[in-house]
Every structure is written in structure tokens, then in C-alpha cells.
Design a protein around this ligand. Structure first.
Ligand SMILES: Cc1ncc(COP(=O)(O)O)c(C=O)c1O
Length: 440
């Protein structure tokens, strides 16, 4: 710590803690983006979890709606800190109809500026500094900062497997893993406070079955551990019955929303996160939600959410979007079709190369294994490979670093950043890179 610093100790630490190690390369890459005619040698940043495939459809609908309707007066004023009552009602009907498939009481919902704010505030309310939040590995890297920066909670990466092939039938987390983590955390004199599951998962795209979710819920409740399921990718589903994909899915698993279990259990230890950032490709609008039946949690949330409120204009706009259920239905179907086409484009290239991947049932990702190119299982060699791929092909993947996995050389590819024809160009470059590397 620098004495007499104009910053607090917290501020000094924050000034040294980068949000993401791949952001610098990302901001460089987007200055030179691929374009089929204007920049055919440009880059393909496939590292940030954005869905750009369905924005044209959503944009024209938003443009139409905002031209057709006058802005109501309430938009210019303050509203409830957890979201305007009318928008929360629309969100609740959207949940019931499309997401959770069970009735949701708008009073049990709170909205903040994106899932990041929701995660930050949830952990602040539920955990003490030094408490532990457990994530089955590999897992979305930024959870670490979200639960740590303000709340001071620690991230614990729970290892359930080493090889990517082990994920062929979906996520492996079971009660034995949880028991072992609990023992390990308690032996360090710490408290296992939260279990966070992302369903469908980031980065593997795996999906948790209803029976697994039931088991985790009962185990967490019996140990006074909060279980949070983040369903931020729940409408971004891959068509696992597609003729060219179905062999990857020997066991059927359909998406089952955790909200149903919450309503059956009525426990103050179960919570649910969502946001419009991924399924609606609307990360820039900053709309995130927490759903909980814990009254005191919601009261605390209401008292703390002031700095993270969603702008009323955005709430009004999405209220209009959610009022048109026919549009939402078509949007979801079309989005899933586009996601499946892009996913298949990547899978075809990986199959041709015999590069292993985790079969995804949802999300925007392919989690793939290039560890054959690492002479040793080290972070340094993985970073070298990641840079090498970017320098030679312009393709920027999300490096495995930060996902908390033991096997280096595994990367996340976001397949929804470019339209399918353009993604094909990226995959041609990728195939060439792997083939050259194997020949070398
Ligand atoms: C699992 C998960 N949670 C939260 C977020 C952050 O979402 P938001 O942009 O709504 O803050 C992401 C973004 O990649 C994510 O993958």
C-alpha cells in the first residue's frame, strides 16, 4: 500500500486488478474487424460472450415500437429501486410464459444494471468477507471479481474432471464433490456460503438435469448454503435433434428452470439470476434480474440497489417488447435456429480436425481442447498458443486462464459474434492453423 495515496486502499488494489486479461487484445482486434469485401484480412474476436446474430430482428422491432408509442411521464422520474412495478409485472409474465414455465410473483423479482450488478449485490447481501463461493470448474472467469471486488468473498473452483472428453454427457458435479469441497473449505477455517451453477453452463454449454438440481437444492438447504442458479443462457438453446448434431447427445436432457424447484422448496437459501444480455443480445442495455423467495434478502436488495438501477427508458422499452408475445416467440425460435447453425459451423471444423470439444446444449460457446500443442501443462504455454493463434489467424478465443480448470490448453470460442458465412471464414483459418501446427 502507498502511504498518503489519494486513493483508498481498496481503490489502489482495484487500480492494479484488470477486469479481464483478454480485453486489451479484444479492443485492439475490434479496430481491425473482418469484413468480406472491405477488410478480408481482418480479425475475428470470438472471446467476448455477445450474441450479435439476432440484433437486426430486435432492433427493427424496438425502432418500430418506440416510434409508435409516446414516452409515458413516469419514465422521466424516480421509480422503485428494484424496477418499475409495470415492468416487473411484464418480466414476471415473460418468465412464466417463456423462461421458467411456472407462475412468478413480480414482488419476488428485483432488477439491476445487468447480471454483473445482480451478482455483485447478491454476494454482498449473502456473504461475509472471506466467505467462500463455490463454482464447478471450468467456469465464467469474471464471477471472481463480481463476488470479490466489493463483497470480499473468495472463489473456489471445484474440479470435477480433467479431460474434456469427460464432459460428453454433460456436467459432472455431484453431491460427493460438494461434500469434498465442504470438508476442504472447513479445514481451512472458512465457510462454504454460496454454490453458483450456470445453466446452461458458461463455458461448456452443458445442462443440469432436474434431478441433479433437486439434489443440489436439498443438499444446500440442509447445510445452510445458498444455491444460486444463473439461467442467463436459458433461451439460447442448441437444437440437439439436428440431424448433423444428434449423435453428440446420447442422453436426452431438456432445460428445466430452477424457479420450479424454488417454488416447491420455498427456501430462503435458493435464488435465481437472469439478464437480457445473452438471450436477447442486449448486453449494452444493462438489464439483470434476481428472483428470490427470501423476503429479507429482497428488502436488503431494495435498500441497496439505488446505484445499480436500470434506466426507466430501458425498462419502458423492454416493457413494450415483452408485451408482444408473438414477437418474443418468433424471436426465440429464430435465435435458436441461428445459434444452432453457427454452433454446427464450428463443430464441423472441429470434427474434421478431430479436436475434442464439450457438446453444448445451450449458451453461445464451444469449449474446445488444443492441449495437444502444449509440451507441458502450463499457463505460460497456453498463453503462448493463444497469442500464436491470434497473430497468425486474427482469431481471438477466450483463454482458459481464469476458468479455474486444471488442464491448460482448453479455450472458449464464442460462435455468435459473426454471421454464419463469416464464421465459416474464421473456421477455415482455424483449420489451416491446426493443420500447419501439426505438420510443424
Ligand atoms: C454466466 C454469466 N453471468 C453474468 C454475465 C455478465 O452479464 P451482464 O452483461 O448482464 O452483466 C456473463 C457475461 O458473459 C455470464 O456469462
Amino acid at each position: 500500500m502507498i502511504l498518503n495515496s489519494p486513493l483508498s486502499q481498496r481503490g489502489q488494489t482495484a487500480s492494479q486488478s484488470v477486469l479481464r486479461i483478454d480485453f486489451e487484445a479484444y479492443f485492439e482486434a475490434i479496430k481491425n474487424l473482418y469484413h468480406p469485401t472491405e477488410n478480408p484480412n481482418g480479425t475475428f474476436p470470438l472471446n467476448v460472450a455477445e450474441n450479435k446474430l439476432s440484433w437486426p430482428m430486435l432492433r427493427s422491432h424496438i425502432e418500430h415500437l418506440t416510434c409508435e408509442h409516446d414516452i409515458p411521464d413516469w419514465v422521466a422520474n424516480y421509480t422503485n429501486s428494484t424496477g418499475s412495478p409495470s415492468f416487473r409485472e411484464k418480466v414476471a409474465s415473460f418468465y412464466s410464459e417463456f423462461l421458467t414455465h411456472c407462475e412468478v410473483n413480480p414482488e419476488h423479482l428485483a432488477l439491476s444494471a445487468g447480471a454483473t450488478s445482480v451478482i455483485d449485490l447478491t454476494s454482498w447481501i449473502l456473504g461475509e468477507p472471506g466467505d467462500v463461493a463455490v463454482f464447478p470448474s471450468p467456469c465464467y472467469p469474471v464471477y471472481k471479481q463480481d463476488i470479490q471486488n466489493k463483497s470480499g468473498m473468495e472463489r473456489y473452483d471445484l474440479i470435477t474432471h480433467h479431460n474434456i472428453e469427460d464432459l460428453a454427457n454433460g456436467p459432472l458435479l455431484n453431491i460427493k464433490h460438494l461434500e469434498a469441497a465442504l470438508k476442504d473449505i472447513e479445514s481451512q477455517g472458512k465457510r462454504f456460503r454460496l454454490l453458483v451453477i450456470t445453466n446452461p453452463d458458461n463455458p461448456t454449454g452443458g445442462m443440469y438435469s432436474q434431478s441433479k438440481l433437486n439434489g443440489f437444492s436439498d443438499w444446500c438447504i440442509s447445510h445452510n448454503i445458498h444455491l444460486i442458479v444463473n439461467e442467463i443462457y436459458s433461451l439460447s438453446l442448441i437444437n440437439t435433434q439436428h440431424p448433423e448434431l444428434k449423435d453428440d447427445y446420447p442422453t436426452p436432457t431438456s432445460f428445466y428452470s430452477f424457479a420450479n424447484i424454488m417454488q416447491q422448496r420455498q427456501s430462503e437459501y435458493l435464488h435465481h439470476w437472469y439478464a437480457l444480455s445473452k438471450d436477447f443480445g442486449a448486453s449494452g442495455f444493462r438489464v439483470g434480474m434476481v428472483y428470490s423467495l427470501n423476503k429479507t434478502f429482497l428488502e436488503a436488495y431494495n435498500n441497496l440497489n439505488g446505484p445499480s438501477m436500470v434506466s426507466n427508458y430501458t425498462q419502458w422499452m423492454f416493457e413494450l417488447v415483452f408485451s408482444d408475445e408473438d414477437f418474443i416467440e418468433k424471436y426465440i425460435q429464430n435465435n435458436q435456429k441461428l445459434l444452432t447453425e453457427n454452433y454446427l459451423t464450428v463443430i464441423k471444423a472441429l470434427r474434421e480436425l478431430q479436436v475434442s470439444y464439450a457438446p453444448a446444449r445451450g449458451s453461445l460457446f464451444v469449449w474446445l481442447d488444443l492441449s495437444e500443442f502444449l509440451k507441458e501443462n502450463t499457463q505460460e504455454l497456453e498463453t503462448e498458443l493463444w497469442n500464436d493463434l491470434y497473430k497468425q489467424t486474427g482469431i481471438l478465443l477466450t483463454p482458459g486462464n481464469g476458468f479455474g480448470h486444471t488442464q491448460h490448453g482448453q479455450f472458449r470460442l464464442v460462435h455468435s459474434c459473426f454471421p454464419q458465412k463469416e464464421l465459416e471464414v474464421a473456421m477455415k483459418r482455424f483449420v489451416q492453423f491446426v493443420e500447419n501446427k501439426r505438420k510443424a
